[in-house]
Design a binder for this molecule. Structure first.
Ligand code: IPM
Ligand code: SF4
Length: 427
């Protein structure tokens, strides 16, 4: 599916990674502020948007997908169905996939972003459009991943193309190495704190990490970029994604020296301590140590931000041999069936269940307050997700704190906001 067109010639002014990808997929050299019409390599539609997408396609555009193999529908946000109308919408999505030949990942396969990554449906240099704001996640493998509404998504599915304003770029450079107990989630929260919730509106956040971070950690970083308003969050390929990805990273993709950035920030990983985003904005970031002791009713480990095998390992390492506090509930929802299977095979799920965790079907779970663990008025939840807005996980008077899996696990044991070291030091 990758396009054989050669890269733009080198005698052009230096480009950022976003400019490189949009030039390549638009067959025309472009810079920030210009418009690009680009080929779309994958269109992703989530269950909650499927009905509007199908309506746009069949009623408004009277079109069929131009390249059915480039369209994926994922039933993940409310899966299994919670009401008759949700069940009806999902039924229609299945029928549509049958009729048109587009791919459909059904109940239990997992969260859209995790599934597309596992299936190799986001690759370096690709344009991946999702009907979901966290489609920035594909930037983990240097795909230009971005979220759009049903109409734009339908136009892309019908035509194979989309137009985009080429974004300006913010360059984020990571230096130093993380201390034990500090994770990519803490890095991502710190990045959002530094940029602010609208600090990178419609921009590309280009992250230079060298060979730091695994593919999963890169997904966590790229996932959170939209919480600074970014159009796309691109992690410059290095480390694991070069050696372990199964397909090549094209040479042309790397940003040029001298490319132009609207802002450049540096984050020294060696000084970073576990971070937590307090209600009700993602950029309301504090040291966990400063929030220690807040009473918590529910802990949720999962989502497209932190529901991968490494995340479950980090939680299990803290929970092993301990019990969840009797006044607190711990929900664990693997991001995909693959994660669930791997965590079952290596004993991680047993460790979590023995500690008192309740397991859910791979998917979004209660992340956006639709089902499987919504909160009552006044309840407090520590979640490994990416949004803590008012009403996000249920009642408007419930509160959500965002943290890493290790911090979430320590909190579940204490029944109060806690650091992993509080548990590990206590034995
Ligand atoms: C349902 C979907 C459109 C929504 C999004 O766009 O992100 C959801 O995934 C979320 O996290 O709020
Ligand atoms: S897990 Fe949460 S943030 Fe991710 S796609 Fe689902 S609802 Fe959105």
């Amino acid at each position: 599916m990758t396009d054989p067109t050669p890269a733009p010639t080198p005698h052009t002014p230096p480009q950022t990674m976003a400019e490189k990808i949009l030039s390549h997929r638009g067959h025309h050299t472009v810079y920030a502020g210009q418009l690009a019409v680009v080929e779309v390599d994958q269109v992703m539609v989530v269950d909650s948007i499927a009905q509007s997408f199908i309506e746009r396609m069949t009623r408004d555009l009277a079109a069929v997908p131009k390249f059915p193999e480039r369209v994926s529908i994922v039933i993940d946000h409310v899966a299994p169905a919670s009401t008759v109308s949700v069940a009806q919408a999902q039924k229609e999505a299945r029928e549509y996939a049958q009729q048109t030949g587009v791919r459909l990942f059904d109940v239990g396969r997992g969260i859209c972003h995790q599934v597309l990554m596992e299936e190799g449906l986001a690759r370096p240099g690709w344009i991946v459009l999702g009907s979901d704001s966290h489609s920035t996640t594909y930037g983990a493998v240097a795909a230009f991943g971005t979220g759009m509404g049903a109409t734009d998504i339908a136009l892309a599915a019908a035509s194979g193309k989309i137009w985009l304003r080429v974004p300006e770029s913010v360059r984020v450079t990571f230096t130093g190495d993380l201390q034990t107990g500090v994770s990519a989630k803490d890095v991502a929260l710190e990045m959002i704190r530094r940029l602010g919730a609208d600090g990178a509106t419609y921009m590309s956040i280009e992250m230079h990490a060298g060979d730091r971070f695994t593919r999963g950690e890169r997904m966590t970083l790229a996932n959170l970029c939209v919480e600074a308003g970014a159009k796309v969050g691109l992690v410059v390929p290095g480390g694991e994604i070069l050696t372990d990805y199964g397909y090549d990273v094209p040479e042309w993709i790397y940003p040029d020296d001298g490319a132009s950035y609207v802002q450049q920030i540096e984050i020294d990983l060696s000084t970073l301590r576990p971070r937590m985003s307090a209600p009700s904005e993602v950029d309301n970031v504090h040291d966990v140590a400063d929030l220690r002791g807040i009473k918590v009713d529910q802990v949720f480990i999962g989502t497209c931000t932190n529901g991968r095998l490494d995340d479950l390992h980090a939680a299990a390492d803290v929970l092993r041999g301990h019990r969840v506090d009797p006044t607190t509930r711990l929900l664990v929802i693997p991001a995909s069936s693959q994660v669930m299977e791997d965590a079952m095979a290596d004993g991680t799920l047993l460790t979590l269940i023995q500690a008192g965790a309740v397991l859910g079907t791979p998917g979004c779970g209660p992340c956006m307050g639709r089902h499987q663990g919504v909160l009552a008025p006044g309840e407090v939840c520590v979640s490994t997700s990416n949004r803590n807005f008012i009403g996000r996980m249920g009642d408007k008077d419930a509160k959500v704190y965002l943290a890493s899996p290790a911090v979430a696990a320590a909190t579940a044991i204490m029944g109060r906001v806690a650091l992993p070291e509080d548990i590990l030091n206590a034995g």
